[in-house]
Design a protein around this ligand. Structure first.
Ligand SMILES: Cc1cc2nc3c(=O)[nH]c(=O)nc-3n(C[C@H](O)[C@H](O)[C@H](O)COP(=O)(O)O)c2cc1C
Length: 208
């Protein structure tokens, strides 16, 4: 998947905060809003790491994650596109595996017909799924349902964590699947489920 051997490197992320934070859940719920206007400010590695952890990070020594997963099969994948490139989140090591050193945000935006706002987000998270991980256990019909339910759980974690970090995050699903898969370099058979552009708000959360 890498474009050259140098791109297979791992990026360490600062350890996530799992027991502290100044925003209550109630405040995050009441402030969550889909906003599409971001400052050009880049996200810091600790912000990217915290968002990735909230979405798919480990929260239990048995390998369980912050979002529930049917049968603990964990079929979801998480990537993040930033000006520096594309990284795949590896929950076990809380690192980013570099998949590309190109800024792919404009190409992802081009895969969203009629939408120009995602390109202004300093980070675009992408949730995908590997159906093979659940097909054997649950069969085609339930597997398809479970993948989408799991993406919803994971995405909502990310949206609420963004608010707690005083960032905006907006879910986006109106995209061309084949185009998004190509830009992300998803393996054959994997499904792109959600894009979530994230950025520093133009205005403070709770003060529209
Ligand atoms: C499954 C789903 C897909 C969505 N796709 C898009 C999208 O493609 N583009 C967009 O701008 N917003 C998208 N949204 C965000 C909705 O427009 C937004 O949630 C809605 O307007 C309600 O506003 P709120 O999120 O601030 O409550 C999507 C939301 C969901 C749940």
């Amino acid at each position: 998947m890498s474009e050259n051997p140098d791109e297979s490197s791992l990026l360490e992320l600062p350890p996530p905060r799992s027991a502290s934070g100044s925003c209550t859940l109630e405040l995050a719920l009441s402030r969550r809003r889909s906003r599409r206007d971001f400052q050009p400010t880049a996200l810091e590695p600790d912000q990217i790491g915290q968002l990735a952890w909230a979405c798919q990070g480990l929260s239990d020594p048995r390998g369980l994650r912050t979002a529930p997963s049917a049968g603990a099969l964990h079929p979801l994948g998480l990537m993040v596109a930033t000006p520096e490139g594309l990284g795949e989140y590896l929950p076990d090591s809380h690192t980013l595996q570099v998949r590309s050193r190109r800024d792919l945000r404009a190409e992802l935006t081009a895969a969203c017909p009629g939408q120009d706002w995602p390109r202004r987000a300093p980070a675009i998270f992408a949730l995908s799924a590997d159906p093979q991980r659940v097909l054997m256990r649950y069969g085609a019909q339930r597997a398809a349902r479970y993948l989408h339910l799991e993406a919803g759980h994971a995405a909502q974690n990310l949206l609420l964590q963004a608010i707690a970090l005083e960032l905006w995050a907006t879910p986006l699903a109106a995209f061309d699947d084949a185009q998004v898969s190509r830009v992300l370099g998803l393996p054959e058979g994997h499904l792109p489920l959600y894009l979530i552009p994230v950025g520093v708000p133009l205005r403070q959360p709770g003060r529209p």
